[in-house]
Write a protein that binds this ligand. Structure first.
Ligand code: 5GP
Ligand code: ZN
Length: 103
């Protein structure tokens, strides 16, 4: 999608701090981190439900590589839930106490 921020990041048209990349997904640190570790895992395709399972495998691998054992995965779906970039993505947050239920 030509006017999508995350499509541009996945394509390398907008710089980002990459933690992982393969043919299906791209992972990079959030520009406005909400925890000491906060990265995003996005499918390279603007819509890519088939890669969701793979994204979670990547989350398991990257957290392990970073030495992170306790973490939270969040996906905001829709405006009311706080989604600001409309390209499927998973927030991975770690390094601080997390509240439950989330605010
Ligand atoms: P959402 O609000 O859609 O769940 O999450 C979008 C996330 O993308 C936010 O946490 C926001 O900080 C992050 N973000 C927005 N623009 C950029 C950017 O240009 N670079 C990076 N690395 N993160 C971004
Ligand atoms: Zn997109």
């Amino acid at each position: 999608m030509s006017d999508c921020l995350f499509c541009k990041i996945a394509a390398g048209e907008i710089p980002s701090n990459k933690v992982y990349e393969d043919e299906l997904v791209y992972a990079f640190y959030d520009i406005d981190p909400q925890a000491p570790t906060h990265f995003l895992v996005i499918p390279k395709a603007h819509i890519g439900s088939a890669v969701v399972a793979h994204a979670f495998e990547v989350i398991a691998q990257v957290t392990k590589d970073l030495g992170v054992t306790d973490f939270r995965v969040v996906s905001n779906c829709g405006e009311q839930a706080g989604q600001s970039v409309h390209h499927l993505h998973f927030h991975v947050l770690a390094g601080r106490d997390m509240t439950w239920p989330p605010g």
